[in-house]
Ligand binder design. Sequence first.
Ligand code: ZN
Length: 44
Amino acid sequence: MYRCAKCKERVMGDINNVGIQCTVCGSKMFYKERPNVKKEIKNQ
Ligand SMILES: [Zn+2]
């Protein structure tokens, strides 16, 4: 999962694909969204 660097829209697909861009703002800059950004720790 990735997010647009501009509008923070979630981007589906592989950013390694040439030509992929944000469907909202058209940006081609993305960053990888980490699943554990929140400081929530669950003991399982
Ligand atoms: Zn965007």
